[in-house]
Design a protein around this ligand. Structure first.
Ligand code: CDP
Ligand code: CDP
Length: 212
């Protein structure tokens, strides 16, 4: 039996950071599903193809390779914007969800993070966490990341962007961002990365105890 940990939540809630720590702790394989949307978007942008043609975008999504997905080459703001636009298309979601589900079955266990893991991709996941934080805290985290990277950042613009991303993720008809009914809620607004990890570990250990 493969153990699957599903981690969902809005942009900059700390899903990626938490997922990587958890995968390391339990020796599980990790997939940041946001990268599959970003890779599809980048392929369209690189080929000069339109972002509003669902058949074309769906075909691109079917060609995305999970091996070698790298956030550093997919991190551009324009790629994130394009990813969030094509993520509303059912043909894109169907193709990527199929690849994500196949990944979730890998042994000895997997951690997937995204927006619809607990609700759509892995509804039978062993443990589901919904990680969140206030929009102000999430915008500050993105701001700090950019400044730490040596670039200039505009907090107000980032805050508006976070809110816009939330609206698009929560408002779309296909697989909107929302906590699964059986997800554990983890609000990290006032938590350090370490505190969030310890809280997640307690929840995961309790769920694994019941399964084994
Ligand atoms: O994957 P997601 O967009 O949800 O967020 P992330 O990339 O894991 O985290 C966004 C930023 O917030 C990173 O720079 C983390 O180091 C930081 N963070 C934090 O300061 N406190 C937390 N409890 C979680 C993340
Ligand atoms: O850029 P940001 O950190 O907000 O998000 P990301 O995790 O890199 O994902 C890029 C975009 O893909 C998001 O804006 C979501 O709209 C979309 N996405 C999704 O629809 N479903 C997922 N499971 C993961 C990402």
């Amino acid at each position: 039996m493969t153990l699957t940990i599903a981690i969902d939540g809005p942009a900059a809630a700390g899903k990626g950071t938490l997922s990587r720590r958890i995968a390391e702790e339990y020796g599980f394989q990790h997939l940041d599903t946001g990268l599959t949307y970003r890779a599809t978007a980048k392929a369209l942008l690189d080929a000069g193809l339109p972002l509003d043609d669902e058949a074309v975008a769906g075909k691109m999504a079917r060609n995305v390779e999970l091996a070698g997905l790298d956030r550093s080459v997919l991190s551009a703001h324009a790629i994130g914007e394009a990813a969030s636009k094509i993520a509303v298309m059912p043909a894109v979601r169907r193709a990527l969800v199929e690849a994500q589900r196949a990944f979730s079955q890998r042994g000895p266990g997997t951690v997937l993070d995204g927006r619809d893991i607990g609700t759509v991709v892995c509804p039978d996941a062993t443990v589901k966490l919904y990680v969140t934080a206030s929009p102000e805290v999430r915008a500050k985290r993105r701001y700090d990341e950019i400044v730490a990277g040596g670039a200039a950042a505009d907090y107000d613009a980032i805050f508006e962007d976070v809110k816009k991303r939330d609206e698009r993720d929560m408002g779309r008809a296909d697989s909107p961002l929302r906590p699964a009914a059986d997800a554990h809620l983890l609000d990290t607004s006032e938590m350090s990365i370490e505190a969030a990890f310890q809280a997640a570990k307690t929840l995961i250990d309790a769920a694994l105890q019941k399964k084994i």
